[in-house]
Every structure is written in C-alpha cells, then in structure tokens.
Ligand binder design. Structure first.
Ligand SMILES: [Mg+2]
Length: 432
C-alpha cells in the first residue's frame, strides 16, 4: 500500500461574501492527492497563518499522512505551551486536511471512516433576528415555510445595542413594540433617566442587561402566542449578563420551553451552571468560546449542559471533537457544533461528518452560504427540508477553487477586524 508523504502546506485567505475565511491545503507527494481543512479565526487570521507557515509546515513536511493521531499529538505539544484559538485553528487546518486525505485514500466519506452514519442528514437551526417582535415572527414564518423546524430568535432592545441584531448596534432602534421598562423587571430610575446616546457615544454600542432581558422575554411571549409550541426556538444570551441575572433569566424562560438557551455565562463563570441546574430545566448549550479540548470536561462530567457548542477549529479539529462527542454520548449530552458564517464551508463539511456519524448529535447551526462562497467551495454541504446534506463524496467532499478564491482577497478592516467593544451605560466593557 502506498504511503503518501506531506509535500506542501498552504494557507489560503479568501473573503467571498464578507467573511474572512482561512483554509489549509495539504499537498502530498502523490499526484492529485491533497486535502483541505478549516483554520478560520476571523478576528486574528494572520497569526494563524504564521503558526502554520513558520512552524507546523516545516515540522510536518516529509511526514507520512497516515497517522493523524500521532501528527495531532506531536503538533499539539510542539509549541510546549499549547491551546488558544491561534494554535488550535492552525492545528485544525492540518487535522481536517489529513482526515480529508485519509477519506480520499480509502475512497470513503469521513463519516464512514468514523463508523458510518447514524442518520441521513443533520437537522439545522437558522437565525431570525429583527427590530421588533413582529419582524422576528415574520422571518420565522418564512423559514418555517421553507421547511426549517428550529429557529434562533433575537430581537433588538429599543435604545440599546443587542447581540444578534446588527441594525440595533448603535442603539438607535425604537421599533420594538414592547416598552422594555414595563417588563418583568422594573428598570431602576437611574437607568430610566439615562440616555446612553446623549451621554456617551460608544462605537460598539451600549448594552444594559435589564432592558435586554425584558425585551427577550417579551419576544418569547409573542412567539408562543403567535405560533404555539409546534416550532423549536433557541436563544443566545452571548454571556452579556451577570451570573446571578443569568440564573434568574434561565428560570424565567423555562415556561417558554426553548430548544436551548445558549452561552448564559462566559467560560470564566461557568461554575454558575450548577445553580441553574438545581433550579430549572431550561436546556443549556455552552462552549463556542472554549479554546482547549479539555475546557468542556467538567460540564459534561457533571451534566451541567445539554448541548456542546464548541467551534471545532478552536479546539484543534475533528480529532479532539470526535472524542468529546463520544464522552458526551456516554453522559447523555448532545452536540450542537458552532456553525455561523465564520465557520468556513470546509469547517461545515467537517461538522457534518461528525453530525452524520455521532449518535448523540443534537442540532447543527446552519450558515446560509452566499453565491460567491458556493462557487469558491465546490461541494458545499446543501440545505433541504430543514437539514444539512452531504454529497457522499470521499473525504470531506469539498474542495477550494484557488484561482477563484484569489479573486476575493481579504478586505482591510479597522483594528484588523477585531470584535467590537460593547459597553455598559457607565462605559465599562461588556463580555464579549
Ligand atoms: Mg453563540
């Protein structure tokens, strides 16, 4: 049997539809045999490129592609200090490309290498965001008409920055039909009197937890009133409220029977999930900010979450993700891999391989790929009947058209495309 060796490792930057994607291509000494992997870290792409080109590529050149486990383990410790989104994204690009190559060598899709399928396709959720409850509801209706059964809902908080709604970023939205000062929490007088627009201009916007929680609860009331309980709704807090407010919020929303409540706490505060578990049965999803394969261990071991939300390129790719999924299966925890537009189509193909294989798959976040993206990545997973489908081709079943990718170079951004700083009304920083 042939034993191909790693000949070249390339890092490709491309931005076909407004999101900066980082793709790794491993070429072997066997003509036509190569693989692709996702190493996308939109906020810090250039250090990922350096970690691969300056360190991993020379380290791996000439090595056999066969032993992915050994390559993963030796690359992981080759920096001595390990983890973090830069090093793990670099490693993920290598790891996914090697799985792609192994599948092509075996003439099997990666889900077959992992043990075969548990399901035909992977149910997905899509995002419905709006300036008002009606707008969110109308978008939901349109998604439901297209066959989606799981929808993440986010509504603007009038006058404040709101996660999941770009039009409300500057705090100018006033279209929400609900007065947030009349929600389940009374707004304290200092906040009612406070006009964030007048007093301080924060470029990332002003966020306050109390108006946010009132508007989110009003949205859930509206949706259940309009659609009943026949559609699954999800919601992302994005870690913006204090831990004890999070405990209260999880209890308040229990009655709306969410499919899951996401990122209620930041990883630094995740011990608070124990309080949530002891007080309500709202399903919990957590983990997109994890940047080590072991961050999720206590959450699974102590049954503090229901869905693993890890962004798999941030923990090093398929190799660690499949082990975490197996641990979750043993402990009754499902997968819901992070998958917005800043997971490249190659990363989505890697998620899909796991989703088709793993018994404990829960749901997949879908990205609605733009037309340019579909052209740059031939073999993109497709969406039909509310599910993501594989094309069944060997490896990850996806490729990159390098010539076309080069026609969509990165667009320069302020501060290199860093995440916006959102602030409280008093000017202090909100996570994240
Ligand atoms: Mg999220």
């Amino acid at each position: 049997m042939s034993n191909p060796k790693i000949k070249n490792v390339k890092v490709i930057f491309t931005e076909p539809d407004g999101i900066r994607l980082v793709i790794v291509k491993i070429e072997t000494d066997q003509s036509g045999l190569y693989g692709v992997g996702c190493a996308t870290f939109t906020q810090r792409p250039t250090p990922v490129k350096a970690a691969i080109e300056d360190y991993l590529a020379p380290f791996l050149k000439g090595k056999s592609v066969k032993d992915i486990e050994d390559i993963w383990a030796s690359s992981y410790v080759s920096s001595y200090w390990r983890n973090g989104p830069v090093l793990n994204n670099a490693l993920s690009g290598i790891d996914q490309a090697l799985w792609d190559i192994k599948g092509k060598m075996a003439n099997m899709p990666v889900y077959d290498l992992l043990g075969g399928r548990s399901r035909e396709a992977a149910p997905v959720y899509v995002h419905s965001s709006g300036d008002s409850n009606e707008e969110v509801g109308d978008k939901m209706e349109s998604f439901m008409d297209q066959g989606f059964h799981h929808i993440r809902v986010q509504v603007a908080t009038p006058g404040y920055a709101t996660y999941g709604n770009k039009s409300a970023k500057t705090g100018t939205s006033t279209a929400n039909n609900k007065d947030v000062s009349k929600g389940p929490i009374a707004i304290t007088s200092w906040l009612t009197d406070y006009n964030p627009q007048k007093n301080y201009a924060h470029p990332g916007g002003v966020f306050e937890p109390v108006p946010y929680m009132n508007s989110a609860i009003s949205l859930f009331e509206y949706i259940r009133d309009r659609f009943g309980y026949g559609v699954e709704i999800l919601h992302d807090v994005h870690e913006r409220i204090s831990p004890i407010q999070g405990v209260w919020f999880a209890k308040q929303v229990e009655k709306f029977r969410l499919f899951f409540l996401e990122d209620l706490f930041s990883p630094e505060d995740q011990h608070y999930f124990e309080m949530v578990r002891n007080q309500c049965s709202t399903p919990i999803a957590m983990g997109e900010l994890y940047s080590s394969p072991s961050d999720v261990n206590p959450m699974i071991k102590n049954k503090l979450i229901d869905f693993i939300r890890i962004h798999i390129s941030d923990i090093g790719g398929i190799t660690p993700a499949r082990k975490i999924a197996a641990f979750g299966e043993l402990m009754g925890v499902k997968t819901a891999w992070h998958g917005p537009g800043d997971t490249s189509p190659v990363g989505h193909a890697a998620n899909l391989a796991l989703n088709l294989n793993c018994q404990n798959f829960g749901i997949q976040e879908a990205a609605l790929f733009g037309e340019n993206t579909k052209k740059v990545f031939p073999g993109c997973p497709t969406l039909k009947d509310g599910m993501m489908w594989s094309n069944g081709k060997p490896g990850l079943g996806i490729d990159i058209d390098e010539d076309l990718a080069a026609k969509f170079p990165f667009i320069e951004r302020e501060f290199g495309g860093a995440w916006d700083t959102v602030r409280r009304a008093d000017g202090s920083v909100v996570k994240p």
